[in-house]
Ligand binder design. Sequence first.
Ligand SMILES: Cc1cc2nc3c(=O)[nH]c(=O)nc-3n(C[C@H](O)[C@H](O)[C@H](O)COP(=O)(O)OP(=O)(O)OC[C@H]3O[C@@H](n4cnc5c(N)ncnc54)[C@H](O)[C@@H]3O)c2cc1C
Ligand SMILES: NC(=O)c1ccc[n+]([C@@H]2O[C@H](COP(=O)([O-])OP(=O)(O)OC[C@H]3O[C@@H](n4cnc5c(N)ncnc54)[C@H](O)[C@@H]3O)[C@@H](O)[C@H]2O)c1
Length: 446
Amino acid sequence: MKKFQVIVIGSGPAGSGIAHKCAKEGKKVAVIDKEFGGTCALKGCTPKKVLAVSSEILRYACHLNGKGVKDVNVELDWGSLMHFKRSFTELTPMHTKEGFKKAGIEVIEGAAQFVNNNTLEVNGEQYEAEHIAIATGAVAAELPIEGYEHLITSDELLELDKVPKRVAFVGGGYIAFEFAQILKKCGCEVTLLEAADQPLSGFDPFLASRLIESFQMDNLEVRTGIQVEKIEKQEDEFVISGKHSAGELEVRCDLAIHGAGRMPNIAQLHLENADIAFSKKGITVNDHLQSVSNSMIYAAGDVADTGYPFTLVADYEGRIVANNIFDADKQKSSYMGVPFVLFTNPKMASVGKSEEELIANKVKYEKKQADTSHWLIARSLQENVSGYKVLIGEKGKILGAHLVGPKADEVINGFAMAMQHNLSVNDLKKTFLSYPSAFAEIRKMI
Ligand SMILES: Cc1cc2nc3c(=O)[nH]c(=O)nc-3n(C[C@H](O)[C@H](O)[C@H](O)COP(=O)(O)OP(=O)(O)OC[C@H]3O[C@@H](n4cnc5c(N)ncnc54)[C@H](O)[C@@H]3O)c2cc1C
Ligand SMILES: NC(=O)c1ccc[n+]([C@@H]2O[C@H](COP(=O)([O-])OP(=O)(O)OC[C@H]3O[C@@H](n4cnc5c(N)ncnc54)[C@H](O)[C@@H]3O)[C@@H](O)[C@H]2O)c1
């Protein structure tokens, strides 16, 4: 049996970071994966961003039609978008493996499962380690819906060469909102079927309602308060049925897509063989990202029950795990000022506390809020959905910032940095910034 000091399961942002850092410190390391590279690079952030950029350029080219731009073609071509997307993803598995090998990390291809506390099995071979780091990410959640197997996941969507005319998403969160606009621009009729009355619950409700209104204006149907009960295949179409507040629901489509959440990817791991505690939210870890039931085991990224399923949080948690595995002076994970962004057009972004949380916790705050569609950046793109809400506490510290607008994904980083480095609004106002830029508009928001 091969023996290592550390075995990492998963080669996404969390697992890669752990493996490389441990190897750099001279440890004997192996990394196991079925498909090297992880969700973000292969099936998540990277391909999504490639598609979203085309959709954004088309949106603003259309907005500026007759204002300096002429003869805009109003459609995207899914086939050539997929071709372009593959140029970003197809070499990733090979490059990821090469990177590990160059760093002296053993690459083991296959799905891992626990045999006991410190032994894993992959393709019938066993591997032993002093410590095992679990970084297996997340997968589309199982849904209590009859015929749920008819739904394709975002992974499968990103492999289609063609998209049909009528597309419906079950769920209305990140995946549904981000892909809906792209599909619409490829000529699809798109319907979102969301269970909650107010979709995008992690974002500011007022800004989210403005974004949703703009979806409706663009003929993207967002239906809320929907209880999907059944998905049936009838000849060459799917029939989604269920209930909504006014009665029965029936939506017919050519493609039904899962947009109803993801769950920790632990089903194949046989965690019970190594006494690793877990819940529906993932592997239960302490502040050091160490399993609460088996101290030889660590977990990082989407699979850990830490509550922030985003790429740079996975990367951060990977670094904490790599440090803590061999160091008696263990680092604690902290999530102050993690920004999150919905990559629609316009984009929506948040960091810190919501106004509702501050009210519920009786925290004193000053609110700055405005529509910014007439400010230079939004107006030059003719984007009429643009605005902010900034919540400021004692000594001018940012408690929360909530944005919608064409550059919200970039501007939010200024607020995130201020929160993480304890900067006040005065510090931000005193900072030299480039002008004219979306980032410089921060100074008018505080
Ligand atoms: C469509 C989509 C868009 C997204 N967009 C964004 C975005 O814009 N910004 C953002 O911050 N986040 C985004 N995310 C989330 C982001 O992809 C994840 O937070 C991130 O990839 C988590 O990293 P990870 O290392 O924890 O897991 P992953 O990247 O999921 O990597 C886990 C790895 O473990 C492997 N694995 C699983 N089980 C086993 C096993 N038993 N044996 C061996 N290997 C195994 C998998 O093959 C995979 O390679 C998106 C996700 C999706 C699905
Ligand atoms: N921009 C980003 O950072 C980004 C983009 C895509 C995905 N992600 C990650 O992937 C995760 C999963 O994305 P997602 O969009 O699948 O989930 P999500 O958690 O963002 O949204 C799921 C939505 O589906 C609804 N829902 C749940 N069950 C339902 C049902 N049976 N019928 C109808 N609606 C139902 C929920 O109310 C919720 O609004 C995200 O939480 C995020 O961590 C991030």
